[in-house]
Design a protein around this ligand. Structure first.
Ligand SMILES: [Zn+2]
Ligand SMILES: [Zn+2]
Length: 92
């Protein structure tokens, strides 16, 4: 994947820290990932995103990390998968 494409893909991929809680991502507006309050409140994944690409930056459905991105950033995504795992576990 070209660097520019990868950057664009990041901007359209949901920030997992933001999804957990808006306060969890310390980068705020500087974050390279998407911060969407609507998607955060919506548990459903975006069909377009999963099947090809979603051109709507304000899409109210979730844009999870995709396999292509995963393979080019395995270490980073390992961290995300681990975080998702912890978030999905009942607390306590
Ligand atoms: Zn973020
Ligand atoms: Zn979408």
């Amino acid at each position: 994947m070209a660097a520019a494409e990868e950057d664009a893909a990041k901007k359209d991929t949901d920030c997992v820290y933001f999804l957990a809680s808006p306060l969890t991502c310390k980068k705020g507006n500087d974050c390279e990932f998407r911060h969407s309050e609507n998607a955060r409140m919506n548990p459903r994944d975006c069909w377009y995103w999963l099947h090809s690409k979603c051109l709507n930056r304000d899409c109210a459905f979730r844009h999870p990390v995709r396999k292509a991105f995963y393979f080019s950033n395995p270490a980073f995504c390992e961290e995300i998968v681990t975080l998702h795992y912890h978030l999905s576990q009942p607390s306590g």
